[in-house]
Design a protein around this ligand. Structure first.
Ligand SMILES: NC(=O)c1ccc[n+]([C@@H]2O[C@H](COP(=O)([O-])OP(=O)(O)OC[C@H]3O[C@@H](n4cnc5c(N)ncnc54)[C@H](O)[C@@H]3O)[C@@H](O)[C@H]2O)c1
Length: 378
């Protein structure tokens, strides 16, 4: 199966690392470390291979992809040798990147987005195109009455006022173009009743929200341990320091709030109660794409003994995220091919704020994912 991966935010750090990584895998220049679909338990002939993925996308920025890759290499995210070796392939992807269109109404903008997606699918004779949102996190938008039904939304989009936040307009365009949609960010995306109705009408699957790559990943492993050992967690506080474009954007209060809500969900749902404490995100330009998370957990043991756990996570954000974007593109393409529609709740393993009423403990999410991928072959 040849599948297109259309990245929203295609010139950002996660997108560029995803593209360089996929091209390097196709050329046999790297190993699929960090790609969970390379795990033997998830291997499946129904998923497109890493080398079968073709890339394109939209971005508001115009910095050349190769230039962005050079910046990431200088920051220690990518090996510089890959950029030289993959020059022709990167130039080909560059030709498939489009600016975000303008229009008098959001319906007009969506029509151009749809046309871009259909032209990409036809140019490469792709079996399907998965749209993946890796654009900057948006502030939480004010609700609009037209979100509640597809007819109301269709009507409102033709009016002069913006109705949807950009992430949701991309989801709308994806569904109108017959493409599955994955949201790797905490933005609203497809999480609106009108868009769920559109996905159902078009017979399309979608997945999200907010890739789980660092502190929340550790929480989803450690919190179940406290729950299973019946050790009451008294407080759980974390500070995340990050730089890069994501860090700069998350310094904005609106985007920061959207991310912090997404990060907190795991504790309440895994422990069954919310301990004291908060998660803070701070921008430190100097650390670039490398994130540090410090967490302090206090808990009670037998006879009330007070204990504490502290951990520090130093992660390279884009190197952790990019392989998951490839996994999500492969699995969502496989799900579409297998006729799956609606919210792909079994993909909760990948997300901080997963769709549906699903377990938040990583081992349970892994079992759900294994079962889901195995079921696609049937
Ligand atoms: N890196 C991780 O571990 C991780 C984990 C979970 C979620 N995320 C999310 O992934 C997203 C991307 O992260 P990043 O580090 O690549 O950020 P980045 O700032 O490097 O890239 C974001 C890109 O989105 C583009 N963009 C902004 N608004 C747009 C719009 N309306 N349409 C199209 N493009 C738009 C920007 O120009 C930029 O190129 C963020 O939302 C981040 O929160 C990242």
């Amino acid at each position: 199966m040849r599948a297109g991966v259309w990245l929203i935010g295609a010139r950002g750090s996660v997108a560029t690392t995803t593209i360089v990584g996929a091209l390097a895998l196709r050329a046999g220049l790297t190993e699929p470390h960090g790609c969970v679909t390379a795990h033997p338990d998830l291997s499946s002939a129904v998923l497109p291979g890493f080398g079968d993925l073709v890339f394109g996308g939209h971005d508001v920025a115009s910095l050349a992809l190769a230039k962005k890759a050079e910046l990431l290499a200088a920051a220690g995210v990518l090996p510089a040798s890959l950029i030289d070796a993959l020059g022709d392939e990167l130039a080909e992807v560059e030709r498939e990147l489009r600016p975000v269109p303008d229009g008098a109404t959001q319906a007009e903008v969506a029509a151009v987005l749809v046309a871009d997606l259909l032209a990409f699918r036809d140019r490469y004779a792709l079996d399907r195109v998965v749209v993946v949102n890796v654009a900057s996190t948006e502030p939480v938008p004010s609700p609009h009455p037209a979100w509640s039904s597809l007819p109301a939304l269709t009507k409102a989009l033709a009016g002069p006022e913006p109705v949807l936040p950009p992430s949701s307009l991309y989801a709308y365009a994806a569904f109108r173009a017959g493409c599955p949609f994955v949201d790797f960010t905490p933005s609203t995306g497809a999480r609106l009743p009108a868009l769920a109705a559109l996905a159902a009408q078009a017979g399309l699957p979608y997945a999200g929200h907010d890739g789980k790559t660092g502190e929340t990943l550790l929480k989803s492993v450690i919190a179940p341990m406290f729950a299973m050992r019946n050790l009451p967690v008294r407080s759980w506080s974390g500070v995340n320091l990050l730089g890069g474009g994501d860090g700069a954007n998350l310094a904005e209060p609106g985007a920061n709030a959207a991310k912090s809500v997404s990060k907190q969900r795991v504790l309440g749902e895994t422990l069954g109660y919310v301990p004291e404490g908060n998660t803070r995100i701070e921008y430190v330009a100097d650390i670039g794409d490398f994130k540090t998370a410090w967490d302090l957990v206090t808990f009670s043991g037998f006879l009330g003994a007070r204990m504490r756990l502290e951990f520090t996570w130093h992660g390279c954000d884009s190197a952790l995220a990019a392989p998951l974007v490839l996994d999500l593109a492969r699995i969502t393409a496989g799900a579409h091919a297998a006729g799956r529609t609606g919210a792909l709740t079994d993909l909760a393993f990948f997300f901080k704020d997963p769709l549906g009423d699903v377990p938040h403990a990583l081992p349970a999410q892994w079992e759900a994912l294994r079962g889901f991928v195995a079921g696609l072959s049937g």
